[in-house]
Ligand binder design. Structure first.
Ligand SMILES: NC(=O)c1ccc[n+]([C@@H]2O[C@H](COP(=O)([O-])OP(=O)(O)OC[C@H]3O[C@@H](n4cnc5c(N)ncnc54)[C@H](O)[C@@H]3O)[C@@H](O)[C@H]2O)c1
Length: 413
């Protein structure tokens, strides 16, 4: 018989414990009195010691005034509170008479588990980070019908205990969800960026509503319905691979023009400024990464692809040249490899000495929605001893003669 313990029987914990109780024996502990028909509410000693699994569902509260029900965007950013999680870990350490499988459900920011919790948990216990995508009002349904189950392990591998947790969930699921396994930090990110993607989406959609009111002759639903049926680029996985920034003859300038429109109609905020600012700082971050690699190794910087995308000559709105701008601002020179580029400045036909290459073009990512699956081929021979920084993380890292760095994957560091 599987015995499950819950520490924290609040809005999330109690309903989730009761879903588990439909299949397993469940005990629960809370610092406040709680009642349940199916979960045995008891003290921490019994909850911990009668259970193989201990789920922590205690609050990670925001500070007073940070819930979004009153204006808060002007306030100093604050992390969540971790006292209750640390208290739960401390109690598990003190009361457990045998090793336990500890599962943290509570929402925390990326990096918190590794930095703050693992250092406190007695190493004889196994630990998983398993945040829920559950909404108030439908907790029990969401618990048994999740879009995905997120399971974080130390190194992101499907460990034995992670596999056991999947088996545990299979016993209660009413659908057949995806199980997404990652490091603790990746799973913290999946949870928090899932929520904030929704916030960004709602913010954009409601901004169109604001424009409708200011400009006139616009029913916001006509606009958003057309966009919501746009499954080729907007409502789907396209543009979900981090890499080079948005570029081309249309996108950057459209954002810049909308900045003007937001001001003209006195919308009161400027999301496009934020988007464009982020795009520039992201380019600068990438440039600084190239500069550091180049300086550490005494190499030059070459950007592989100058046009804003592969197979076209157009350098207008190119993110490659934006990165190149910041490379030069950091005091290094840059050259480009691109047989098609319509702007020949700083373009070279070949590179003879080892260099740090930015693998800007990835034609498969750009064109695979058309059914074209061909990878970008090198625009010239890559000298031995070179370093290729691949912002798309698609090149094999085990290549002889040069080093490939997957920009954006810090798992191994
Ligand atoms: N409520 C949701 O819809 C939801 C969804 C997903 C994730 N979460 C996350 O789950 C966590 C819990 O959320 P919630 O909404 O259930 O919070 P809650 O405040 O309703 O419940 C937390 C419970 O933990 C108890 N508690 C507090 N400190 C304790 C301690 N030291 N030891 C034992 N019990 C303690 C409280 O008495 C309370 O009953 C939070 O991190 C939250 O962000 C909540």
């Amino acid at each position: 018989m599987t015995n499950i313990g819950f520490v924290g029987l609040g809005k999330l914990g109690l309903d989730c414990a009761e879903v588990f109780a439909e299949k397993y024996t469940v005990r629960g502990y809370d610092i406040y009195p709680r009642t349940s028909d199916s979960v045995k509410v008891c003290d921490i000693d019994e909850t911990v010691n009668a259970s193989d699994w201990i789920f922590i569902a205690v609050p990670t509260p925001h500070a007073e005034g940070y819930d979004g029900s009153v204006p808060s965007s002007h306030m100093e950013p604050r992390d969540f509170g971790h006292e209750a999680v640390l208290d739960a870990i401390d109690k598990i350490n003190r009361y457990a008479t045998s090793p336990k499988k500890v599962v943290l459900i509570s929402t925390v920011l990326p990096g918190t588990t590794r930095r703050k919790f693992i250092t406190q948990l007695d190493p004889r216990h196994q630990f998983l980070y398993n945040p829920y995508l559950i909404a108030m009002g439908s907790v029990k349904w969401d618990m048994a019908n999740p879009e995905m189950v997120i399971i974080g392990t130390e190194d992101g591998e499907l460990t034995g205990v992670a596999g056991e947790l999947i088996t545990l969930y299979r016993g209660i699921m009413k659908n057949d969800p995806r199980y997404e396994i990652g490091t603790w930090d990746e799973c913290e990110s999946i949870k928090i960026f899932y929520n904030t993607f929704i916030s960004a989406k709602v913010g954009l959609v409601n901004m169109i509503q604001d424009f409708a009111l200011k400009i006139g002759n616009i029913n916001v639903d006509v606009v958003t319905n057309a966009l919501s049926r746009s499954t080729m680029r907007i409502m789907g996985p396209k543009y979900m691979t981090a890499g080079m920034g948005d570029a081309g003859a249309c996108h950057p300038r459209d954002n810049i023009a909308l900045r003007w429109l937001a001001e003209e109609y006195n919308i009161g905020y400027d999301l496009f400024d934020t988007v464009m600012h982020a795009r520039e700082i992201q380019a600068e971050n990438l440039a600084n990464f190239l500069v550091k690699e180049a300086q550490d190794r005494g190499l030059n910087i070459v950007i592989h692809g100058k046009a804003y995308k592969p197979d076209v000559p157009y350098c207008i709105g190119s993110y490659s040249t934006l990165v190149g701008h910041y490379v030069k601002a950091a005091g290094m020179s840059v050259s480009y490899l691109d047989p098609l580029a319509d702007d020949p400045s700083e373009v070279v036909a070949e590179v003879t000495a080892p260099a740090v290459f930015l693998w800007a073009h990835n034609r498969k990512i750009t064109y695979e929605y058309t059914g074209d699956q061909l990878d970008t081929q090198p625009y010239c021979a890559i000298p031995e001893g070179s370093v290729i920084v691949d912002p798309w993380r698609k090149l094999h890292t085990s290549q002889t003669g040069f080093t490939v760095i997957h920009y954006g994957n810090t798992r191994s560091r």
